[in-house]
Design a protein around this ligand. Structure first.
Ligand SMILES: [Zn+2]
Length: 161
């Protein structure tokens, strides 16, 4: 531990030679900075560890860490907020990569995925009704095809005689 050996020498040297207050302040400030640096590194490591844990355990059931559900809820809210923002601006999004897609484009210019244009909604009730009408018409036409009565021919024969 070269850093701590050097630090030890500095401290003992200060004690022996009675270095100035200014030097003492400078050394302690440098040490405080070194502590801050390590604390920052720990914060970043904690964050990375938390993120790795989240991705490894986000689908676990009954996790003891409520933060997982809180993070999931926040992600969902972000999705809804982004969709609301897109809605206001009239922006279409690629279903694969989420990039903005031009109104008349059929494919994403970023990843090439097919982007379906929203189809006008079909009223399903109307479709069912027209099918029922078609069935009724078929039934009526079957009745019309019934064999013609023979009486008409008999009358014609009588007129000729
Ligand atoms: Zn895309």
């Amino acid at each position: 531990m070269a850093f701590f050996d050097k630090l030890g020498n500095t401290i003992s040297a200060a004690g022996k030679t009675g270095l100035s207050k200014a030097k003492e302040i400078k050394d302690t400030a440098r040490i405080a900075l070194d502590i801050q640096e390590r604390e920052g590194a720990i914060r970043k490591l904690y964050q990375d560890l938390g993120q790795a844990y989240y991705h490894a355990h986000k689908d676990d059931e009954n996790s003891e860490y409520t933060q997982i559900d809180e993070i999931k809820a926040a992600f969902e809210e972000i999705g809804e907020l982004k969709a609301a923002k897109d809605g206001i601006r009239g922006i279409r999004r690629c279903p694969e990569c989420g990039a903005a897609v031009a109104d008349d484009a059929n494919f994403c210019s970023s990843c090439g995925a097919k982007c379906e244009k929203p189809e006008p909604e079909v009223y399903e009730g109307e479709v069912v009704d027209s099918e029922e009408e078609a069935d009724e018409e078929t039934a009526e036409s079957e009745e019309e095809d019934a064999p013609v009565e023979e009486e008409a021919f008999e009358d014609e024969e009588k007129t000729e005689e």
